[in-house]
Write a protein that binds this ligand. Structure first.
Ligand code: SF4
Length: 358
């Protein structure tokens, strides 16, 4: 069976490697483009959030490329993400694609069902190979996160930002080709060295901005208009609140998020689905770490992020940290995003000057 999956950030490099080496034929999803989004918009309910639409567009593209089985994550808690796999399946079926969807719910929710699906995905694999494949996949994921976070640190300092982009793209390709833990580590090292070799002003102290919000729009540049690059090119250091490996740790292994939720409790003491409670907790944490500002990325109609947004002004006032919310949907234009980012960066720059002068 030919399998495929949604495209999100750097995850296709890891997921493709994993499934291919477990013995599956993989249709690797292409980078989402405007065509992907407009395909999704055409067939999705109007009220659906942008991750739903981009993922639907990706499904339509990979089905045209020959995919027969789609693998996706489920969801729990009061967010409609939990229904999206099934909704996608019905839309695709009505469009004439009788595709099979394997929806991976959090393992502790229905352990038996989870194990049955895992067994199915592992079935073609050679047992002797399993440990190696998983070790390499994990190493790739951790390396990609380290490379990305290093790129975020160095981009605002670099004199020629294009050299950072080039070193990063070449690094991704090296990680993609690596086929053992040793090769992945070497590829990571070579990429980090290439990034550090880019001429930069290491004395410069950039403004520091935390990036929070719904996971898909935070991780996927096609959904957020490449906001990390735009800010980095403006000379701003962006600290992303979540990386792929953390998402896997929190959602698959169910560990590690408690400290973020604990920070949210004075303002929001219950789970509201998606990353809503995390968004609240992360603003508190960025304020405590002395960041200059926070940007919340929220898909239009995303209830968890709308609830979080209604609370953020109180945190912003109490902790004296500016917060900008950007709602994203298919109508959002690049120029509008850039203008709002420029205004926000001006605001936090002035705030820092005032603080330094006092
Ligand atoms: S968290 Fe928001 S954007 Fe993500 S699936 Fe739920 S409603 Fe949609």
């Amino acid at each position: 069976m030919k399998i495929s999956f949604p495209y999100m950030g750097t995850s296709p490099l890891v997921v493709s490697y994993l499934f291919e080496n477990l013995g599956h034929e993989v249709v690797c999803p292409p980078v989402p483009t405007e065509k992907t989004l407009s395909l999704g918009v055409q067939y999705a309910p109007e009220f659906a959030c942008i991750p739903f639409k981009i993922v639907l567009g990706t499904y339509l593209e990979v089905l045209e490329m020959g995919a027969e089985v789609l693998i996706t994550s489920g969801g729990c808690g009061p967010c409609r993400a939990g229904f999206y796999g099934e909704l996608h399946r019905r839309i695709l079926r009505d469009l004439g694609y009788p595709v099979e969807m394997i929806i991976m719910e959090p393992p502790l929710r229905e352990p038996l069902d989870f194990l049955r699906k895992v067994y199915r995905l592992l079935k073609p694999a050679k047992l002797s190979n399993l440990y190696h494949v998983f070790r390499v996949a994990v190493e790739k994921m951790l390396s990609l996160d380290e490379i990305e976070s290093t790129m975020h640190k160095l981009r605002p300092l670099a004199y020629n930002k294009k050299l950072i982009t080039k070193a990063y793209s070449e690094g991704l390709e090296m990680i993609r080709q690596a086929d053992s833990v040793k090769e992945v580590k070497e590829a990571k090292q070579a990429t980090l060295e290439a990034l550090w070799r880019v001429p930069a002003n290491h004395e410069y102290e950039p403004l520091r901005v935390g990036l929070i919000g719904e996971i898909y729009v935070v991780l996927e540049p096609a959904a957020n208009h490449d906001i990390e690059r735009i800010l980095g090119d403006m000379g701003v250091y962006v600290h992303r609140s979540i990386f792929l490996s953390e998402w896997v740790r929190y959602n698959v292994l169910g560990s590690g998020e408690k400290h973020i939720r604990a920070s949210a409790i004075p303002y929001l003491n219950q789970m509201i689905g998606g990353h809503g409670q995390n968004s609240v907790g992360e603003v508190v944490r960025y304020a405590e770490k002395g960041f200059d500002g926070v940007i919340q990325l929220a898909p239009f109609t995303c209830i968890p992020e709308i609830v979080a947004k209604s609370i953020l002004p109180a945190i912003s006032r109490d902790k004296d940290i500016p917060v900008l919310t950007l709602f994203l949907d298919e109508q959002t234009g690049q120029a509008g995003i850039e203008t709002r980012l420029e205004a926000f960066v001006d605001l936090i720059k002035q705030k820092r000057r005032k603080r330094e002068a006092s």
